[in-house]
Design a protein around this ligand. Structure first.
Ligand code: GCU
Length: 626
């Protein structure tokens, strides 16, 4: 029953005002109910395929940054994300009551995005931990459009706020993600804050130890991408395997009603395909196409493809080729192919740090060309998408890998979920790249049943998600005693192509003993996914003196003889194109924090071994597909 006093008050209010009060009261009530009833609408987080061909507003450039070594501004004491942290982008109150935490991006120094922070500021060279990025940007809301924030890569965990609203987060340093920011944006001045935590985790992928430098930061392009209400977020357009007489695949449209028309046009090939979306937004198609010029290193033909669905349209440059395994052969467009390659880390030539520009990528592909390579293993993680686009144009075949490197927590389902997510992100981002011929699920992992089951499940997943490419992994060199090395790793059974790393003459034996070593390997195509020895560029001496160019050359002389005796060999990938930073390489004057197994030094000096392999690849001295 309402109290005496309240009734009195109510009577004194004019009827019109009373009605208004009731209405607002019920509106508020309703509002609260809605919030209580439906889970907070998490902004859509996805991976926009072919995003680099969409018009976008780049947010690259200088971003303010603040270091938080304690992580207190990001994580609560119990490890949750602190929503009252620097994501609010508040400013210190100089007079009056104190508000918020003590930080201010407005007066903070800046870092270049994209770019690792380690090579931009000497005080951050060895920094691993939480670093906050912030920038303002002007934006005009476009009617009937949705806006996504695209993050090319952020190493390792990252958390995004726009205009104080927590948008999304991501784990994994080498694959992109796209988060919808439509609801958080307003016309005029906006701001974005991204916390990046490069801390290595025992349950991370990679795990705590790597033989590459843990460069932290927003290491790839960041942009805003506008799409219509219903938009294409994923597609697959590939040459039908074996018959190679048609194209097949699908287009997926988000938030499109069933029956939405989709068209795929390839004017140069006279193809114009129509299909309709199903209830899940997917439109499958198949079309005959007999006169396509197939993509190959000799003729890296790309077709301009137009995809239209609902109000959305995008283009892509796609090469059509068939890659599969038959017996011990790798067949490209039905013919056996031999992979003359090398490993390449995403270490920027000359300037070092993470590769993040056309200039970096052009330098790497220049070296691949000089080496007469038709193949590159992008070790050990998905790299800047410019690498795949350049390989598509230059006709270089690619091995792409997720960073399951040696030891991770194979016994944890949560870690399997991370690996599965990274695998799907890698495949989804580069499914449309003809140059990518192999998906790799791991490198040099311990041969035990928990690991084997973990990786076998990933292989199955990769085949399910992309049935058009063989799956591989780099296995550890067999180290059984004696001169006949037998590769018995059970994971090999699940692989279409077997990668074998071997360091006979470096980590075991001496180079000249290599020619006595024989390998027994499965009846599958074998790629020697790593072999190499260290040399400090310009360091010369007798060929049995380690870290000299003469030793490295001698290593390769003997290794190619040893390896060419393996009949199943279908590819070589010497370790490694260029010297690269590694926290585990600490011999002063010889290594100085670099893995020196490069055929080229970090500042571009070609070592003797480079020219030896250049000639082998030119003359096809070793390794012929047939
Ligand atoms: C390993 C590993 C590489 C490493 C190389 C080396 O096999 O896969 O990541 O850098 O060998 O020891 O130089």
């Amino acid at each position: 029953m309402l109290s005496e006093g309240v009734t009195m008050v109510l009577y004194s209010i004019k009827p019109r005002v009373l009605i208004k009060l009731c209405l607002t009261g019920s509106a508020v009530l309703l509002g609260c109910l809605c919030v209580v009833m439906s889970p907070a609408q998490q902004p859509l987080k996805t991976l926009l395929v072919d995003v680099d061909n969409r018009p976008a507003t780049s947010l690259d450039g200088n971003w303010h940054y603040l270091v938080d070594m304690t992580g207190r501004s990001l994580y609560t004491p119990t490890g949750e994300v602190n929503d009252k942290g620097y994501g609010l982008n508040e400013h210190p109150v100089l007079v009056g009551e104190r508000k918020g935490q003590e930080y201010d991006f407005a007066t903070a120094p800046t870092l270049r995005v994209p770019g690792d922070w380690n090579t931009q500021d000497p005080t951050l060279f060895r920094y691993e931990g939480v670093l906050w990025y912030q920038r303002d940007f002007d934006y005009q809301i476009k009617p009937d459009m949705r806006t996504f924030l695209h993050i090319g890569a952020a190493n390792y965990r990252s958390y995004v706020w726009v205009n104080q609203k927590k948008i999304c987060e991501h784990e994994g340093g080498f694959t992109p993600y796209d988060c919808e920011v439509t609801a958080a944006l307003h016309s005029g001045s906006n701001f974005v804050v991204i916390a990046v935590d490069s801390t290595r985790l025992v349950d991370g992928i990679p795990g705590l130890i790597t033989d590459w430098y843990n460069y932290g930061g927003l290491t790839r392009d960041v942009s805003l991408v506008d799409v219509p209400k219903a938009f294409v977020d994923d597609f697959d357009i590939h040459l039908k395997s074996k018959t190679m007489d048609g194209l097949a695949g699908y287009v997926h449209v988000v938030d499109a009603p069933e029956g939405t028309p989709v068209t795929i046009r390839i004017p140069e090939a006279g193809l114009d395909v129509s299909a309709k979306t199903d209830a899940g937004g997917r439109a499958d198609f198949e079309v005959a196409a007999k006169n396509l010029t197939l993509w190959s290193p000799e003729n890296p033909k790309l077709y301009k493809v137009w995809i239209e669905a609902a109000q959305d349209s995008l283009t892509d440059d796609i090469g059509f080729r068939d890659i599969r395994v038959e017996g011990t052969d790798i067949l490209l467009n039905g013919k056996p192919v031999f992979l003359r390659g090398v490993n390449a880390h995403a270490e920027a030539p000359y300037r070092t740090g993470r590769v993040d520009s056309d200039k970096d990528v052009a330098a790497i592909f220049g070296f691949l060309k000089d080496l007469n390579a038709n193949f590159v293993r992008l070790c050990h993680y998905p790299q800047d998408p410019r690498m795949e686009r350049t390989a598509d144009r230059d006709g270089v075949m690619i091995w792409s890998e997720i960073p399951i490197w040696q030891h991770i927590s194979y016994d944890k389902p949560s870690v399997y979920a991370k690996a599965d997510a990274m695998l799907h992100e890698m495949i989804r981002r580069d499914r449309d790249k003809a140059s990518v011929i192999l998906w790799s699920v791991a490198n040099e992992t311990p041969d035990n049943s928990t690991r084997t089951e973990f990786l076998k499940n990933l292989v199955v997943e990769a085949h399910k998600f992309d049935a058009t490419r063989p799956v591989t992994a780099a296995l550890l060199q067999p180290n059984n005693p004696g001169e006949i090395k037998i590769l018995t790793d059970p994971l090999a059974q699940a692989l279409d192509v077997v990668g074998m790393n071997e360091y006979v003459g470096w980590y075991s034996y001496t180079p000249d003993q290599a020619e006595n070593i024989k390998f027994q390997v499965p009846q599958k195509p074998i790629i020697v996914s790593e072999f190499g020895a260290e040399a400090k560029a310009g360091n010369h001496g007798p060929k049995d003196q380690r870290w000299t160019e003469e030793f490295q050359l001698d290593f390769y002389r003997h290794n190619f003889v040893m390896l060419s005796k393996i009949p199943q060999i279908r590819g070589f990938a010497p370790w490694v194109l260029m010297d690269f930073r590694s926290p585990t390489r600490n011999i002063p004057l010889l290594q100085d924090g670099y893995n020196r197994k490069g055929l080229i030094s970090e500042d571009g000096k070609k070592k003797q071994a480079f020219f030896f392999i250049q000639k082998i690849y030119k003359d096809h001295t070793y390794g012929n597909a047939d």
